[in-house]
Design a protein. Structure first.
Length: 334
């Protein structure tokens, strides 16, 4: 009897313990049900809280990439300019050596030709200044020697073959052609036309003549006896040269040599040449036009010059200014 009572009391204790555990789990479940599910604890906030900020950052990345591309292009352009300047310095050094040799030759001959000696001295000084500027890294607007830009790779002479030039200034004109060729020790192409657009060497009509010492001697020899028809108007020669040889990838200079202009309108010629001779992004014409005037038709002191000579000077001065060139008036024909 006593053993049954002891066993029954142990079973009651175990059941009571299970009841307590079940009640505890039930209380926890009840709490979970009662608490609102949207009350969450924020452990860490994200630094990007909206799609708008993502777009702003993406746009900023694109902007930075664009700036990097632009700066890379600028850097490449600077490197190319540096290479161009170095090549220019090398060319100028070669020209300076040639001019120094020519100057020494003039000195050895007793400096009979004072004008040539002065021109050489001016060229040497200008070359020295230009080399100094390039080596210092400065950029100038013009590259001049004796007042004439000499950055062209191709040169064309347009020569007035009228009677007044042949009889009055032909020898001086030949010296000016020689002096101009000396300024350009080496070019990629040469052409000689008269003011009517007729070629001195017909077999090279419409094509560039290759430059060489032999070719230059032939030009000077041919000039001595060249006698082609002329109406004392360089307009035909200028337009023919630009139409045939104009090219965006070539640096070309025209040298016009004459003494008068028989045409009536200076403005008409300027307008025609302006339409033919295009300009680049910097506003520079792609063909430079230089002119040299000879005073054949200028009368003595106190007398008015011939009207055609005045028109020529006015036309050449305006034409050179409009086409990035220089007009030089020769004081005498001797």
């Amino acid at each position: 009897m006593s053993r049954r009572r002891i066993r029954r009391g142990g079973e009651d204790a175990s059941i009571s313990f299970l009841d307590i555990i079940c009640c505890g789990f039930g209380a926890i479940v009840l709490l979970l049900v009662i608490v609102k599910p949207n009350q969450l604890v924020v452990i860490e906030e994200s630094p990007i809280v909206s799609d708008g900020q993502v777009r702003v950052l993406q746009e900023r990345i694109f902007e930075i990439r664009g700036q990097v591309t632009y700066l890379e292009k600028e850097l490449n352009a600077k490197h190319e300019q540096l290479g161009t300047d170095k090549r220019r310095v090398a060319i100028l050094r070669s020209e300076l050596d040639l001019l120094n040799s020519a100057m020494a030759s003039v000195d050895d001959d007793g400096a009979d030709d004072a004008t040539e000696a002065l021109d050489l001295q001016i060229a040497i000084q200008s070359l020295s200044r230009e080399m100094k500027r390039l080596l210092q890294g400065r950029k100038s607007q013009n590259d001049y020697i004796g007042g004439i830009p000499v950055d062209s790779e191709y040169i064309i002479f347009i020569i007035d073959t009228s009677g007044s030039m042949l009889s009055g200034a032909w020898n001086r004109m030949m010296r000016e052609v020689l002096n101009t060729l000396k300024i350009y020790p080496k070019v990629k192409g040469i052409q000689i036309l008269n003011d009517q657009g007729q070629y001195m060497f017909t077999r090279f009509a419409g094509d560039w003549m290759p430059d060489s010492p032999a070719r230059r001697r032939m030009i000077l020899e041919k000039l001595q006896n060249w006698n082609a028809y002329s109406n004392s108007s360089p307009v035909e020669g200028i337009t023919a040269a630009i139409r045939r040889f104009y090219s965006k990838d070539k640096k070309i200079s025209l040298y016009i040599m004459g003494d008068d202009y028989q045409g009536r309108s200076v403005k008409r010629v300027l307008d025609i040449v302006k339409d033919l001779n295009e300009t680049n992004k910097r506003g520079e014409t792609l063909v430079r036009i230089h002119a040299i005037g000879f005073p054949n038709l200028f009368r003595g002191a106190g007398q008015s010059p011939a009207p055609s000579a005045v028109r020529y000077a006015s036309l050449m001065r305006a034409l050179a200014e409009q086409n990035n060139g220089t007009f030089v008036g020769v004081n005498n024909v001797r």
